[in-house]
Design a protein around this ligand. Sequence first.
Ligand code: ADP
Ligand code: MG
Length: 877
Amino acid sequence: MLRRPALKKPSPPGPKDPVGVYCRVRPLGRPDQECCIEVINESTVQIHPPDGYRIFRNGEYRETQYSFKEVFGTLVAQKELFDVVAKPLVEDLIRGKNGLLFTYGVTGSGKTHTMTGSPGDGGLLPRCLAMIFNSIGPFQAKRFVFKLDDKNGVDVQCEVDALLERQKRDAMPVPKTPSGKRQIDPEFADMINVQDHCKVEEVDEDNVYSVFVSYIEIYNNYIYDLLEETPFDLIKPKPPQSKILREDQNHNMYVTGCTEVEVKSTEEAFEVFWKGQKKRRIANTQLNRESSRSHGVFIIKLAQAPLDADGDNVLQEKEQITLSQLSLVDLAGSERTNRTKAEGNRLREAGNINQSLMTLRTCIEVLRENQLYGTNKMVPYRDSKLTHLFKNYFDGEGKVRMIVCVNPKAEDYEESLQVMRFAEMTQEVEVARPVDRPLCGLTPGRRFRNQAFKEELAQKLEIRGGPIGGETEEQSASEILLQNFPPLPSCELLDINDDQTLPKLTEVLEERHKLRQKLSEEFAKNGNEVAGSVKFKREDEKVKYVDSLAVLTFKTILRELDSSVMSKENHFQGKLSEKEKIITGQKTELERLEKKIKTLEYKIEILEKTATIYEEDKRHLQQELESKSQKLQRQASDKRRLEARLQGMVAETTMKWEKECERRVAAKQLEMQNKLWVKDEKLKQLKAIVTEPKSEKPERPSRERDREKPIPRSVSPTPVPNAPPVRLRHRRSRSAGERWVDHKPPSNLPTDTVMQPHVPHAITVAAASEKALAKCDKYMLTHQELASDGEIETKLIKGDVFKTRGGGQAVQFTEIETLKQESPTGRKRRSSPSNADPPEDAADSEWTDVETRCSVAVEMRAGSALGPGYQHHAMPK
Ligand code: ADP
Ligand code: MG
């Protein structure tokens, strides 16, 4: 686990510091511009509305004052600002604490000037870099000793591994420019030329350090890596790929897959920044972006780990590494959309920019509210990438400082007011003070002891052997020679046509051999020189002396080497046992994992089986579904066919019925015409009766005969005068002896008068009976009703009985005879004509008489009754 201030929610208790808010007022662009901001003192600015905006209240001119931790006027130099605002952050960084510094303000207010600076007048960023390298310069780890992983963590490896990795990288086709031979870009050379060698005082010298930088841009709520190496395609330039944010195991936010470059000097670091800056500019031009709408985030990560007990190498323990970071943010212009006259795409982008700054504002507001009122409202960090990336800082992960930049010109008055209000509010937010990292348990001063030991050794060698080759280095000659040994190049042969690797290797080996020889020569020479200073009697004595001297020196060196080897061995032994422990731990872990794998495999098997079952089910169901849908389709088509058929039938039936109705209407019309004709006839006869009274009697028999003749059915709607329109049906011969149906409804009153008709051989019925009708050829209905004078009026409705074609009986009414009784005081009772005649005769004569005048046929089907509508009054005589 990485030793980092782990973040816990809610923010850790303990001392808190308010967000440090500083204000910087830039000079006016032109001296004739109207100014609306004045620096009152070192912590207060006064803002007053320009002429156009002047608001008068009670005749008074309204001015507002805003206070900040410190206010920097137009004459304040970059260095002064750096000393106050950024220096403490760099100190924190080196002590393993995080920091966030951002510049806030409208476009043109000097944010970039403050952060980056200009040639000859470097801003906070180059100054921070310079201070970092001034402080850790001599204690920097070799490249690749620290390795950042892709999960926001860091690892450490021994120097030999780091050396191998370096060699590997150097052997790569496009080697990274070694820091020594750097060609500084003249464009920024002036910016990093920070004269003052400010540095952190108490740097832990028993630590080794490495600096990593990354540079990202947040535009339109997308994160872009400005250091990403993308092959440039002239024909079809690829749009930059956006990155995503992740949370590491300590709940710190980081940009995934972001390039992090290990840098060893201010120049190198600033060069990396400048490269990103160029890329940003190019992207903005190519994609037609508004540069003031993007947030630039430069992140400096500092990895540090203690030296081992010998003070010689980095301690190979991941837990001992501290990774701190300083984020320098040049925010987008805080102006509102309407000010920028943005259109279309730009407007949308502007909206988003405002959105992320708005989210920043909201987050700060909520934080402030939570802290002021003890509420626990959720801070909407996730609403924008900007706030999401920095949420840890606000949640107590380091110092937060903000520089509010303002341009005092009148045009910016309203926006500046907004900026001031936000800045003032931000000051009320408190952030937990980062805790000091625990000190490493090893005794301090290891580095110096090690250095002193090395120096001592060299001195000893020097005393014994004197300066080698006239060199007056602190290091021993052998060490220097050893260091001068050229590193072995890569020996990997990847290509058969490779004709460079082997010659190179040979060359290096030859060089090494030469050096070795030189070393041994040097050594022998030293021995000789020492021997030369002693006088010998004999040459062989001298040789002996030289030999013994050499042996002695060798012995001393060997002893020293032995002791160093011993200490190393002990160290490695300890490490070995440690590693063994780790290995056993890993073995048990492996076993556990194997078991887990087995259970998981078993689970997978079961799940696979279940899946096959489900698949089978699915297939079945699909088949079923298909068959059902086919069935449904069939049914639908059947239904459609049926519908069509039914429609046909309906149409047919409708036609049939229409025809039938027409036919019936025609029949009814004919019938009505007949009735009309009968009425006409009756009227005519009435007229005749009225005009020629009692002169027609002898005529009657002949009329009856006429009636007996078949009369052709009239086709024309206008009836032929004197001809019945209805075809008369066959009637039983009267001479054969008529039989009567005497229909007397039960409601009739027995009058028992002389006028009571008596019909011999009649079948008397109370209701119309088909049976009776079948036996007779005459029909008579006796109907009684109350006349207007109160007397009972009896009506005899008579008719002929016919057999119908359908097998039923029909009655054709021929006459209605009215019998009425009158009191002697009143009119003489009218009765049927020829009172002296027997009723049968009378009736007969009446019928024959009336028959010609009234011929209405009513067909009576079996079971049907006569309706009252068919009662007719016989014409009174
Ligand atoms: P921003 O990044 O806020 O849009 P810049 O930093 O680009 O604004 O500033 C706009 C211009 O004003 C630049 O030309 C810059 O040199 C100048 N400027 C800003 N602040 C200062 C200052 N304090 N002193 C001198 N010039 C400044
Ligand atoms: Mg800018």
